[in-house]
Write a protein that binds this ligand. Sequence first.
Ligand SMILES: [Zn+2]
Length: 349
Amino acid sequence: MNSTNSFLVFAIAVAGLCVCASDVRAQAPGAPGTPYPDMPAIAPIGVRIGKYLDVPDSARGPAVDPAKGYRLQDLGGGLYMITDNAYQSMFLVYDKGVVVIDTPPNYAKHLPEAIAQVSGGSKPITHVIYSHSHIDHIGGTKGLGGNPVIIAQEETLKLLQRAKDPNRPLPTVTFKDRYTLRVGKSVLELSYHGNGHEPGNIFISAPKQRVLMVVDVVFPGWMPFRRFAVAQDVQGSIAQVEEIRKLDWDTLVGGHVERTGTHADVEMQAEFYSDVTKAAADALASTQPGAGLNPADATNAWAVFDDYIDRVALKCVNTLTPRWQGKLAAFDVWIWDQCYAREQSLRIE
Ligand SMILES: [Zn+2]
């Protein structure tokens, strides 16, 4: 392979992770981004869909007032979801104060105003709970001020010690498996179910309100974020969807997209993950490494692998498209990423 072709293969590998697969892979043979003329199209032309247009109404939530920058959803018993329809977090108002659960920087500056809106005054934030260490979910903590007790799983403490981010103050209380927070008449039960999205990511249950919050694992009505929501452990994340499915709750707060989740949403995501797994496994079993490879590349190990991996992912995408397109919002945006990630995890884990 000459250096131009090598660059193209590299570029398409990167593009496959960040651009709608149907745009990248279905170009005419010989066009930039198509290293081999016989590379199959990413999806049958007849069923291809417009990029970033595929969001059914069922995936939409109530609108956010742009002047306000957030909306509140009353989950009962003093518990509220706050969201900008991209991120979601919660807070719990009790007699003496407020427990804040996650502080997405997207709207964290509105938290005091949102809390005042429903608590009718100036209750102090006594506790902050971190769902996990990622900055996009807890990076607004420092800005809240005060001196709250900060609760997180012990792996989250380790990750934050490493991050040394002043916007994410270190937890002051940590736990390994379970932690129960009682404030006023309210209870929050925190539990750890191992690595999936990342070490330290916890389940937060409000049993009285019948609410479960698990961030970056289930995406109600939507295609999960790319590569199984950038799961550090793909198998672990799939297993956690199953755990969420079996637990007893009425409302799921997933940390992202436009609305809260139902059991039907979790069922659908579990079914999707099961289908991705089967499609990727079938594609691995039925694809020959090196088939269709330019003979000049036969001694280029990375070219051999890249061609193989891409063919497997393509087969997987083409299997899933007729069944799932239009069922999960934005299926087209990240189906390549999901097939690629599952194929990798099946092949090497
Ligand atoms: Zn995360």
